[in-house]
Design a binder for this molecule. Sequence first.
Ligand code: APR
Length: 318
Amino acid sequence: MARPKIALIGGGQIGGVLAQLCALRELGDIVLFDIVEGMPQGKTLDIAEASPVDGFDVNVTGTNDYKDIAGANIVIVTAGLPRKPGMSRDDLIGVNTKIMTSVAEGIRDNAPEAFVIVISNPLDAMVTLCRKVTGFPAARVMGQAGVLDSARFQSFIAWELGVSIRDVNAMTLGGHGDTMVPLVRYASVNGIPVMELLEQKYGSAEKANEVMTAMVERTKAAGGEVVKLLGNGSAFYSPASSAVAMAESILKDQKRVLPTCALLNGEFGVDGFYVGVPCVLGAGGIEKIIEFKLDETEQALMDNSVAAVKELVGSMNL
Ligand code: APR
């Protein structure tokens, strides 16, 4: 069987880490595309020259020509500007709409069979645009946001409780913006509700709620926290890791249940919009959207997040 081919559109901060992670995991041959001449070639040469040391045996090449992504099984898109301190993800919409349009055309014309994972922000709008321009089936066009937002939530819980990150399970739903919905009720340590553990630790439900609220708020603002510290750009290690988990689940047909920005068709009361929800990712791309019951408060938060996504997407006048 031919080795899978992974095309990475955008060779900046996230693109470079994506290329290295995909190589280290030997997910397939990697082509890194960017409009800046020399840069994707230089980064991939650098990564490829580490292969004797790290022992990975895949081809890693850089290009400025969309023709080189032909035959890609999966495309991960990070082309576009990142945030600067003080900016929201939504502030990027003007400039990144133009970039995403040209990128989606390049994918449509050169890798028509590919699965596409979009990372560029504002995520919910960019993935909507990508689907519209490519015309690909919804099962093949998705966005990465929820794996990262959930990972941030999980990290804060693990640090707070002093337990291994491996045993923490928690998820966020909704858009990839300030209205995202970290699900408190389902957050657990190996199945034990996090709220119960917080109550044990602090001895009162009130204090437990206070601590959880702080973690929820930190999760929602976590991207901005990194932007502020970096001073010049946004998070890149964790978004790359998150997209690689999604790509791996598709390429290896793992059927992992990962929060994915997916086109909804009535699920959670949403029709025709891309929103973050748990999905089964396998050889068919988004093989299943998993719908489950939200309580009244959770549904209200979800509705609020969906309203923000609708407003953002509406502003693109697609
Ligand atoms: N086609 C392809 N690549 C492009 C285009 C284009 N039309 N326009 C810009 N790029 C490239 C830039 O040359 C740059 O190398 O996109 C890359 C973006 O890299 P960075 O600026 O380092 O941004 P990064 O941190 O990787 O984030 C990329 O992901 O998380 C989001 O908000 C983030 O939208 C941003 C994107």
